[in-house]
Ligand binder design. Structure first.
Ligand code: SF4
Length: 316
């Protein structure tokens, strides 16, 4: 089996995590760059694996360690670890977007607390892009921790201007534009008493197409917000993800061909600032060489398919 897995992985490029059950034996594989997280836990002597450590907390299991990039685990009564041949190991490239948005804040990824990374992001935004405002508010839920960090660092009070309907899914991965726009209204309801006449720092984790942000700004203005200073915890996303996150095609990404000032006008905010790539790397605490920042730079850690234009055209 291990040889078969090694042979298969020679044909695979990019991001994958495999869990294979054969005759009551478990084989676990993490791609050689470790693009997506994969960790191992223990529940009453049984070994379990999950993408995020939070899954262990939920079932009362203990986190043991991460599955290493390029590691094959063979789990039955005991655990045996194998690796791919050294010369086939590319560099590590953990997805920065897991820290910024995707992972739950109570997860530990590659030894780092996602919560602490997001607090750092908020603090860095406050240091680099202060604003003369009355209150700091998050775009819930994913930007809550960063907004707390901004509030602590700036000394501005933390407040809630938007309440999230928890029964509507992530808008940026919804298939059509109409669905995305409708779902923003369904998803976020303003609290007028917290917004009327106020100048707010609105903290968001990232901006993909910009349509969600624009709709949210409209909702906040209609609810009486006087000034909106948007601070974004992820540097401008200029290029698609080819590792499993169906963000958008290049031409749909608002930052792929626009400067910050142009985006500010489109979104209708009084000021707009994105965290820089250098600051983001500091906040995560992993060196650039060991992170994937492909969607921020257009430089990816693995070769891309030759027919990338056709691939892009087939995405919605
Ligand atoms: S391209 Fe962006 S979203 Fe995709 S894996 Fe790399 S950092 Fe993550």
């Amino acid at each position: 089996m291990v040889e078969a897995i090694r042979n298969v992985t020679k044909m695979l490029t990019g991001s994958y995590s495999l869990v294979i059950l054969i005759n009551n034996e478990l084989f676990v594989v993490r791609d050689p760059s470790g693009i997506k997280p994969l960790s191992m836990g223990n529940l009453d002597g049984l070994t379990i694996v999950a993408s995020e450590t939070v899954a262990f907390d939920v079932v009362g299991a203990k986190y043991v360690r991460d599955v290493e990039p390029g590691e094959i685990l063979h789990i039955n009564e005991e655990i045996k670890s194998y690796t791919l041949p050294e010369d086939e190991k590319p560099r590590r490239a953990h997805c920065m977007f897991e820290y910024v948005y995707f992972a739950r804040p109570d997860s530990i990824l590659d030894g780092r607390s996602v919560y602490n990374v997001r607090l750092n992001i908020g603090k860095a935004l406050a240091q680099e892009f202060p604003a003369d405002a009355d209150v700091v508010m998050p775009v819930p839920d994913s930007a809550i921790t960063a907004a707390i960090g901004y509030s602590r660092e700036s000394g501005l009070g933390y407040g809630e201007g938007l309440i999230k309907n928890r029964y509507v899914g992530r808008t940026f991965i919804m298939p059509t534009q109409t669905e995305r726009e409708t779902s923003v209204r369904l998803k976020m309801n303003p609290i007028k008493s917290e917004l009327e006449g106020k100048s707010i720092v609105l903290v968001d984790d990232s901006i993909v197409r910009g349509t969600t942000s624009r709709s949210l700004v409209k909702v906040l203005r209609e609810a009486g917000a006087r000034e909106i200073h948007l601070r974004v915890g992820c540097p401008p996303i200029i290029s698609p993800c080819y590792y499993g996150i169906a963000m958008a095609t290049k031409k749909e990404l608002i930052a792929s061909d626009k400067e910050v000032e142009e985006i500010r006008k489109i979104l209708g905010v009084d000021s707009l600032a994105y965290l820089s790539i250098e600051s983001l790397l500091d906040c995560i605490g992993i060196k650039n060489g060991n992170l994937c920042v492909g969607c921020l730079t257009g430089e990816y850690p693995t070769p891309l398919p030759n027919n990338i234009a056709k691939y892009e055209a087939n995405r919605c």
